[in-house]
Design a protein around this ligand. Structure first.
Ligand SMILES: [Zn+2]
Length: 195
């Protein structure tokens, strides 16, 4: 499909290299959209840079005097871009996205967390409830290490197409993210209490 505006070669970027018009279609893969390698981790600085550069190209002010077609494309592309950015910058959403790229349904109510995670969840909340500041820091370090290991395991499972295991890793990642959020909340609560 050639450029809708100048009938030149199909744009491979946000805009046509020949006439500068917005591309009609964006790459369907969120990683391709930001020219990033597909993987369980993402170069956050590169992602931010690519996102803000694209957002500038699509900024509504630049299209106020353009055709309705281009204004409509700019709006639609902005929505696509925002969604892709939100997906790639979050570890759990990015991991789930990698599953869907392999034809897997997203995690849902049919997924039951492995028993060891339920036990761990119980244990975590018990520890969190009774932990002092030093223990909280220790817990945070432990969660960060677990998360790094989980991401590494997920990468290996995806590379070997072990999709059932990959799915469990994503559940574990989600669990770790929830724990980290609760821990962060507890630590900020404690910090405020000292003022
Ligand atoms: Zn063109």
């Amino acid at each position: 499909m050639s450029c809708w505006s100048c009938a030149g070669p199909t744009p491979t970027d946000l805009t046509c290299a020949t006439c500068g018009a917005l591309a009609e279609r964006l790459p369907p893969n969120a990683f391709d959209l930001f020219a990033l390698p597909e993987g369980v981790t993402v170069d956050r600085a590169a992602l931010d840079k690519a996102y803000f550069a694209a957002a500038r190209v699509l900024h509504a002010d630049r299209f106020s005097t353009k055709t309705l077609r281009e204004q409509t494309l700019a709006l639609a592309h902005t929505a696509t871009l925002n969604d892709a950015y939100a997906t790639l910058k979050d570890d759990v959403r990015r991991a789930q996205y990698l599953l869907t790229l392999r034809g897997q349904p997203p995690l849902g109510s049919n997924d039951t967390a492995p028993a060891h995670l339920l036990a761990e969840s119980f244990e975590f909340h018990e520890t969190l409830a009774g932990a002092g500041a030093g223990q909280l820091a220790h817990l945070a370090d432990g969660l960060a290490a677990r998360k790094a290991a989980c991401l590494q395991g997920l990468a290996a499972d995806l590379a070997a197409a072990r999709l059932a295991q990959a799915r469990e890793r994503v559940m574990e990642l989600k669990f770790l993210q929830t724990c980290a959020a609760e821990l962060a909340q507890r630590r900020s609560g404690d910090a405020h209490a000292h003022h």
